[in-house]
Design a protein around this ligand. Sequence first.
Ligand SMILES: O=C(O)CCC(=O)C(=O)O
Length: 278
Amino acid sequence: MPDAQSLPSLDAAYDLTSEDIQAFQTNGFALLRSLASNDEVAAYRALITEATTEFAKSYKPFEERDTYGKAFIQFMNLWTGDERIRRYTLAKRFGQVAARLMGVRGVRLYHDQALYKEAGGGHTPWHQDQQYWPLDGVKCVTMWMPLVDVTVDMGTLNFATGSQALGYLGPLNISDDSDDRLEALIAERGFTVVNSGDMKAGDATFHDGWTIHGAPGNLSKTTTREVMTVIYIDADAVITHPDSPQRANDLATWFPGLHPGSPAASPLNPIVYREGQA
Ligand SMILES: O=C(O)CCC(=O)C(=O)O
């Protein structure tokens, strides 16, 4: 296996356009082509897939899982276990894009997670990411990058366009209930649902923490939808009161030892990018 320094650096800037930023701010998501090159993705895919495949052994057999468990293998915080994957998760190129889309001067890491939707894997129920996070009023964004070419039939993301404007809809974990309730809300408010469409390895979508999103199941009989995600938060964020068990859990997990009112800056939340800093 290569050492960290021999892996691609992923620091060179991406040519983000003002149209990309406008699309993100209006729609609550943006699709960026070739954020990472084929060679860059291939180098990191090998490491991320090896780690996630090992982690997947801890999962119950597919038929015994609930809807959430059938949606994907979810392996969090890979960067702390492997300094080579750290190079991917803390890549300046991705962090700069996240900052510019959100219109902030810098971003910290919230956490990374691999989301591998197995062949035959179930749909991802509609949900809002930020309802899990003790970060009300904070700008947050998730980068979702396939590590292999994926088609819509393998479970690329659906977004309820413009739904980020609703903000916090209350505690509602990913489940059959979130799917039913948010499906009804999308119809009631008339949000247009847009799928990213087929994506090449290294393309990425970025979605706002409040954008209602989900994904169809993976209809492939053979191919896993291998995806790596990184969640970024405004570098100057302050932790807010955890008003639900899920937010209390995230406070303890991702901001260990910190309290509401403190800067959201534990050792698990390094600066990934700050304007003007090398
Ligand atoms: O990968 C999926 O199916 C869901 C992804 C998601 O919800 C997220 O990254 O916020």
